[in-house]
Design a protein around this ligand. Structure first.
Ligand SMILES: [Zn+2]
Length: 259
């Protein structure tokens, strides 16, 4: 008998530590900015599966947001309407520009009329996951024409800004914006730091190039009315998260003690 009670207590303890389910939600007038990379099936025990959210799970997440009254915005739309964002606003973002954003995620977004911002690397041959197909320019045009997708920049070559000198940083950041604007005939106002690496100089360059915001990989939920717009945290949606973890992240930004 004692050991049954004891194992029950241990189980509850483990569950609580893992999920921090008792934590209070972050103020729902702060928009949730979700960070995704790939939407596709997992590959065996590949270590990058945490970047791969399966299409079924992605649809479950979007359907949940849709059915529970979350309103979706692109990053720029949210910033332009920052004083009148409804409670429960969500901003879906994808980094890098993988092709499954178009083939797998986009049909689901369209189905629920949800918006997203894709942070595109110009020279997509430089992306880390060599085997994953990249968005083609035609895909990008189609995404833009849907009116649901904002294209942001993510440097020319997915550069590690920590390793570049000032001129190299400037080229990677500012030319990524210019190239996207010329190539797709749009305004490119949003930026994401590759690998989440940045310092004060990078922030200044991003702002001086004319971007209106920059997102990081820092985990959190910020008040867009008052936070530093060149250092915006996001909620990392991981391929290994179960649905309960997704719901907790919407509430608090984190899944328990682990991000
Ligand atoms: Zn990236």
């Amino acid at each position: 008998m004692v050991w049954i009670v004891l194992s029950f207590v241990i189980l509850i303890g483990w569950f609580s530590f893992r999920y921090n389910w008792w934590k209070r939600p972050v103020n729902y007038t702060f928009p949730r900015i979700l960070m995704y990379h790939l939407v596709r099936e997992h590959i065996g025990r590949n270590k990058y599966n945490s970047l791969r959210v399966t299409p079924d799970m992605f649809e479950k997440q979007i359907k949940y947001l849709y059915e529970n009254g979350w309103a979706s915005f692109t990053v720029t739309e949210a910033l332009e309407n920052v004083d009148k964002l409804p409670s429960k606003s969500v901003i879906i973002t994808f980094d890098d520009g993988y092709r499954d954003n178009f083939t797998n995620a986009f049909p689901i977004l369209k189905k629920y009329n949800f918006k997203a911002t894709i942070y595109l690397v110009n020279n997509r041959d430089h992306l880390g996951l060599k085997s994953e197909p990249r968005l083609t320019d035609n895909d990008v045009f189609e995404l833009i024409n849907s009116g649901l997708i904002e294209i942001g920049a993510h440097t020319l070559s997915h550069a590690n800004l920590n390793k570049l000198n000032f001129d190299e940083k400037k080229k990677e950041i500012c030319e990524s914006k210019q190239t996207i604007e010329e190539q797709f005939n749009i305004k490119c106002k949003s930026f994401a730091y590759p690998f989440g690496n940045y310092n004060d100089t990078d922030k200044k360059i991003v702002s001086q190039c004319g971007f209106g915001s920059a997102v990081t990989t820092k985990v959190g939920i910020a008040d867009l009315r008052s936070c530093d717009l060149f250092e915006i945290p996001r909620i990392a949606i991981r391929g290994r998260d179960n649905f309960f973890a997704f719901q907790l992240k919407l509430k608090t930004g984190k899944r328990g003690m682990i991000k």
